[in-house]
Ligand binder design. Structure first.
Ligand SMILES: C[S@@+](CC[C@H](N)C(=O)[O-])C[C@H]1O[C@@H](n2cnc3c(N)ncnc32)[C@H](O)[C@@H]1O
Length: 268
């Protein structure tokens, strides 16, 4: 979904974010996996103070309220999504909806549980970096880990009349989402991890042991070392593709006021 006409910048950004984020609710696998994770942790949520960083439609905060949380702070900074969440959450006396950037949120009480889903397709290319700079220290973070994984394949297995070998060659140095259908291809090696309080914004990856002239990347989200969401299975996270131009590459992320910049280079 794209906005076609010119709008004032603030309004454009608000609506652009709204349209980007509502598409996550087409991904039932993602939402189901999150609900299941909450259900498995229901004893750690009941009677506890919980925060949802970026509550979107408010589904997750609603479920934590239903699981008996003592208090749920549902924090959302997009005004349009905040209004949608308000309609859903206003019936729960144990939910406080907060219109704020999670970076500015400073609760007056100890936070037991933080739930978040701020992962980009390349892991760090959305808002996960904000969890590095919180003004509170949650005891439990759900989910607690994610890894950007990689795989290599011979492009001959995938090329067709549209995405030809010539087209692939021209993409040298570019990371492209949606180049091929996400066919649940196996992600075989880790590229860069995330854990709460342990962001890795720069990495160098050596793929000399891998075979194939096409590199693809995709996200695994884990809790307690179990994968709960993976690119390909969850439509919210696509595979990212690039022609292989060497055995080592660098990947780095630079958070900025609107999203995070991604830098990618093949190394000699
Ligand atoms: C991918 S959506 C997830 C929504 C919800 N947590 C869920 O899983 O259904 C991310 C949400 O976080 C919000 N968000 C992103 N960065 C934020 C920040 N720094 N502070 C507050 N909300 C933020 C976005 O507006 C969006 O609603």
């Amino acid at each position: 979904m794209d906005i076609i006409n010119e709008l004032p910048e603030k309004r454009f950004n608000e609506l652009d974010d709204l349209l980007a984020f509502i598409s996550i609710y087409d991904d039932d696998n993602r939402t189901r996996a999150y609900m299941e994770m909450l259900n498995q942790n229901r004893r750690k949520i009941k009677n506890k103070v919980c925060v949802e960083a970026g509550c979107g439609f408010g589904l997750i905060s609603e479920y934590m309220a239903q699981l008996g949380a003592k208090k749920v702070y549902a924090v959302e900074m997009n005004p349009q999504l905040f209004q949608i969440a308000r309609q859903r959450l206003c019936q729960y006396s144990n939910v406080e909806l907060i219109y704020a950037d999670i970076l500015d949120f400073k609760p007056n009480e100890k936070v037991d549980v933080l739930v978040h889903e701020l992962f980009g397709q390349m892991l760090y290319d959305e808002d996960i970096y904000t969890l590095d700079r919180l003004q509170f220290n949650p005891q439990l973070v759900l989910p607690d880990k994610a890894v950007l994984m990689g795989g290599c394949i011979n492009s001959g297995e995938l090329v067709d009349e549209t995405v030809t070998p010539e087209i692939i060659q021209k993409l040298n140095g570019a990371l492209v989402s949606g180049l091929f259908d996400d066919e649940e291809m196996e992600l075989t090696f880790p590229i860069v991890p995330w854990q709460f309080d342990k962001c890795h914004y720069d990495t160098i990856c050596d793929i000399s042991s891998q075979e194939g002239d096409l590199l693809y990347m995709g996200l695994h989200i884990l809790h307690n070392e179990q994968v709960i969401c993976r690119a390909g299975e969850c439509s919210n996270w696509s595979y990212i593709w690039t022609p292989r131009c060497g055995n080592r590459f660098s990947l780095s992320f630079k958070p900025s006021s609107r999203g995070t910049q991604v830098f990618f280079d093949w190394l000699k």
